[in-house]
Ligand binder design. Sequence first.
Ligand code: AP5
Length: 235
Amino acid sequence: MCDRRGEKSVVRIALLGAPGAGKGTQANAMQERWGLAHVASGDLLRDNVKNDTELGRKAKPYMEAGELVPDDLILDMMEERLARPDAQAGFVLDGFPRTLAQAEALDARLEAKGQQLDAVINLVVSEEEILRRLSGRLICPQCHAVYQAETMPPKQPGICDRCGAKLVQRSDESPEVVRKRLQVYEEQTAPLVDYYRKKGILHEVDGAIGVERVLEKIAAILEEAAKQVGGRGSE
Ligand code: AP5
């Protein structure tokens, strides 16, 4: 990501928002547009479940019930992911942190390296719109692209535009599990909005205005963040 002077800035962003708010959609677009590593805890967990790893076997019952996977499992997984080379050039976090303990652990990890989150973007979408979106969501199990059967369909029905894999529905999209996920979000993740507001890095974005327009709002926030990173000196 470059600032206005065209200099390279390492920006570290987190997306907050309820299930279905559009975190994955926007993080994919941010990766394509600015080359930020898209670090999605849900995608990492689903890959582990698909590959039947020890972590996947432990996480699966929580995910299927719409509950959060225990913090210790998530923190180990994220430590490993954030240490990978692509994340050193800036990242966008999608679905992490999700509890106060995760947010504090992330802060501690970044601080130990003289780093910080540059902006946290909260995508705000009504529950009615979320339920409508999730009832028709399709995902690519291969490259993690996201579609919506009615409003954002793939060019060829059931096939991923990006990699050609067969699209699937997630196993945690039944109405009961979606309701549970929304409840868990309100109880355990929504308090992070205040946590980041107090730190002065929270930005609220209306997530119901169409993918391109949301991305433009995010672009303005990223440009500002890159300017501030540039002002602190390159890392
Ligand atoms: P996770 O995969 O993170 O799911 P989530 O947070 O519930 O979010 P979603 O992926 O459902 O929604 P999204 O906001 O990414 O929306 P999307 O872009 O797909 O987590 C799943 C499970 O893993 C959790 O329940 C938990 O068990 C576990 N887990 C994960 N992280 C964890 C953590 N840190 N700690 C503990 N447990 C963890 O968009 C939704 C739909 O809307 C799509 O169809 C899309 O095409 C459409 N859409 C998107 N944007 C727009 C728009 N602007 N206009 C119209 N349609 C849109």
